[in-house]
Every structure is written in structure tokens, then in C-alpha cells.
Ligand binder design. Structure first.
Ligand SMILES: Nc1ncnc2c1ncn2[C@@H]1O[C@H](COP(=O)(O)OP(=O)(O)O)[C@@H](O)[C@H]1O
Ligand SMILES: [Mg+2]
Length: 286
């Protein structure tokens, strides 16, 4: 178990200056169970092990389980921050490799669709918390619900997780369609999880790319794959991120590659502020 005190009070990872702007990365999927939460947890740990300052938001608000996966026991969650009992900063926990975690509640149906004012509360407090961080990783949950599309469209980069299952591809396509047509997102990064190897991963990406290219005005870009790896469920059973418990496992090596890769992505020139977000929303609704 990790400390239950506010992770933000802990000494941040030392040894390097923070980036100018925080990279905000949403990890989404059309279909549930494709490995988003494991991806977010281990990607964050891999970045933490490289000395980067990482904040992780569990935005699967009604059914959050990132805390369970990391063996954390939160006293308060985003639900409490939204009801005004405390701030987001006060619910932040310290996880493995120095990562900071904002835990969500589980079994809270009314949080599955945030109101506009709740979105603003989260946006404003997140902006403050993310200042000085290198990366903010958001586990958005699955599907095309307003929460998923809100968090995805708030991020600089949207990473869509897919698996070789055909249903995962059709659902990923549906999510990209909604984000393209209703939120005017144009660029998506695609991570193939649970692939047998590079060939299968390339084939999965090719299928999605062909459909998106043909029917949507959007661009998908492959960022690699995570292999099907028995060490992942083993780590889940022990309530640890695989990159934490088995750093040499094949999946962990993939997460280390992803962590190195993300630091090569162009830095965002502007943070997506809440004002900008509201403005974008007004344009979309017009
Ligand atoms: N690369 C992988 N290899 C083997 N099992 C995996 C891998 N990624 C995820 N899993 C398994 O898939 C299940 C769902 O993962 P999870 O991260 O909870 O998905 P999601 O957050 O998308 O619902 C978990 O039981 C996990 O052990
Ligand atoms: Mg999940």
C-alpha cells in the first residue's frame, strides 16, 4: 500500500527541471476491458521511473478502479471534490515511482455525466494541479458518453486503445467518429494492446486506419503496441502496475518504450484552458 497523504505534499521527483507545458494525454477506447487502466498505470510508472513528474487522473468517474489497480486506499475521491467537501489537491495520492494519482469513485451513477459546472470545477482545479508536471495522463473510461468525450477533447493528445478483437475496432471507430464530427478533433494516436506481436498489431492498426481514412476527416497515427503478457494479470492480482512489479516483463518494456516516445512528441504551445474549452463548446453547439 502507498501513502494516503496528499501526494502533492510529497517531494517531487528531483534531478531535472519540469517541462514548460504539461502534456495532457487522454487514454480512451470505444470498448471497455481493452486495457486502458493498465496502460495508464504502467505508462505513468514508466515515466515516473525516468524521473518525470506525472499526474494521473482516473476520469472513469462512476466506475473508477485505478486506485485498486495500484493498491491505493483513498479516503476521498473526485466525488468529494465535486461536492465541495475538499479540493482535488486534497484527494491526490502518491503512487509508485513518485506518480501522483487522483482517484475516482466506483458505483456512483450520477457522476457518469458531469454537469457543465462540474466540468469547469475539474478543469480549473486540474489546470492548477498539473502546473509543473511533465505529463497529465487521463484514464477516460470507455464509450461515447459525455464524460469520455469531454475529457478526451480537453487533452492535447488522444490515445485510442484497441485490441485485435473486431468489436474493439468498431467501437474505436465509433468513438473517433463522435470526436471528429461533434468535437472537431482531427488527430488521434492509436495504441494496440493485447497483440500477439508486431505483425498482428500492424494489421489491427491498418484496419482502423483504412476505415477512418475512408469515412472520416481524421488522421490516426500508430504509437506502438503492448503485447499480450501473462505478467499483466499477475500484477493486477497483486494490485500493482506491471511496470512496477515486473519491470522486465514484455509489457513493461513496451511501456518503457512508450514513455521514451511521449517525451519526443512536440510540446503543446498552449495549455487548453477552461476558458478555451468553454469557447470551443460554444462553437460546437452553434
Ligand atoms: N497487455 C496485456 N496482457 C494481458 N492482459 C492484459 C493486458 N492488458 C490488459 N490486460 C487484462 O485485461 C483486463 C482489462 O484491463 P483494464 O485495464 O481494466 O481495461 P479497461 O480499463 O480498458 O477496462 C485486465 O484483467 C488485465 O489484466
Ligand atoms: Mg478501466
Amino acid at each position: 500500500m502507498h501513502k494516503q497523504v496528499s501526494g502533492l505534499d510529497a517531494t517531487p521527483t528531483i534531478g531535472r527541471a519540469p517541462e514548460t507545458h504539461t502534456r495532457v494525454i487522454a487514454v480512451s477506447s470505444g470498448k471497455g476491458g481493452v486495457g486502458k487502466t493498465n496502460v495508464v498505470a504502467s505508462w505513468a510508472v514508466a515515466l515516473g521511473r525516468m524521473g518525470r513528474r506525472v499526474l494521473v487522473l482516473d476520469a472513469d468517474l462512476g466506475l473508477g478502479n485505478l486506485d485498486v489497480l495500484l493498491g491505493l486506499v483513498p479516503c476521498r475521491t473526485i466525488e468529494h471534490a465535486l461536492s465541495g467537501v475538499c479540493t482535488l489537491k486534497e484527494i491526490c495520492l502518491q503512487g509508485p515511482a513518485g506518480i501522483q494519482v487522483l482517484p475516482a469513485s466506483s458505483g456512483v451513477p450520477h457522476l457518469t455525466s458531469l454537469t457543465d459546472s462540474q466540468q469547469v470545477v475539474i478543469q480549473e482545479q486540474l489546470e492548477e494541479l498539473a502546473t509543473g508536471m511533465d505529463v497529465l495522463l487521463i484514464d477516460t473510461g470507455a464509450g461515447i458518453s459525455p464524460n469520455v468525450t469531454f475529457f478526451a477533447s480537453s487533452a492535447h493528445e488522444i490515445v485510442i486503445v484497441v485490441t485485435p478483437e473486431p468489436t474493439s475496432l468498431t467501437d474505436a471507430y465509433a468513438l473517433i467518429k463522435v470526436l471528429t464530427q461533434r468535437y472537431r478533433e482531427r488527430r488521434f494516436k492509436v495504441l494496440v494492446n493485447l497483440a500477439k506481436g508486431p505483425r498482428e498489431a500492424a494489421e489491427v492498426f491498418r484496419k482502423l486506419d483504412a476505415a477512418v481514412d475512408r469515412f472520416l476527416h481524421a488522421i490516426v497515427e500508430p504509437i506502438g503496441y503492448v503485447p499480450q503478457d501473462d505478467y499483466v494479470p499477475l500484477a493486477v492480482m497483486r494490485q500493482k502496475a506491471v511496470a512496477d512489479l515486473f519491470p522486465d516483463a514484455p509489457a513493461s518494456q513496451a511501456f518503457a518504450r512508450l514513455a521514451r516516445q511521449v517525451l519526443q512528441w512536440p510540446l503543446p504551445t498552449l495549455p487548453k484552458s477552461s476558458v478555451q474549452l468553454l469557447w470551443q463548446k460554444m462553437i460546437r453547439l452553434a
